[in-house]
Ligand binder design. Sequence first.
Ligand SMILES: [Zn+2]
Length: 208
Amino acid sequence: MELNRREFMTVAGLGAGAVVAGMTGLAGAQGSGSAMGSGSRATGGISECLKANADYAKNFTLGHLAIPPARKLAVVACMDARLTIEPMLGLKTGEAHIIRNAGGVVSEDALRSLIISHHLLGTQEFMIINHTDCGMLTFKDEELRAKLQRQTKTAAVAPLLFHAFGNLEENVRQQIQKVKSHPWIPKNIPVRGFVYDVKTGKLKEVSV
Ligand SMILES: [Zn+2]
């Protein structure tokens, strides 16, 4: 119980830090004429990303790609910064839809994307990826909701759920189930779920 609470606080603290860093980065970019040289503090934030994009665009050769993913694959994965989906799966730009959110949850919005992915853009296989050491294992929806209400002194209607979970493999099974049971997703589409190990880089399939 003690451990859970501490881990929860860590996650909540990280969240707040990310918001602050993002806002600072944006302010820096707007505030100074030359955003590139805005002080000695290495933020790794938006300004740095824009600098990297300028280099990226200089050597850009992918302007010919079509809208439908070439490998006819859609992936739902956690947003965790340690997961870089394309190299993990040997995918290149233009080959797959990658839908990411906290937890790799088949939320209403992920379903929306999967339905569009299949019906409008021709994907024929769905892959769900959760991972070890996921932050979503370290708190409970009610705890986070109560904490945010205390901090802000405001209740909020949305998000209705944070989708925190306690059992990784069970969560993957539930996400598969949510996809498979949707009436607008054809029964013949393979939906497979995996746990990615952040220590080894390996994917392990979750049996259904
Ligand atoms: Zn995660």
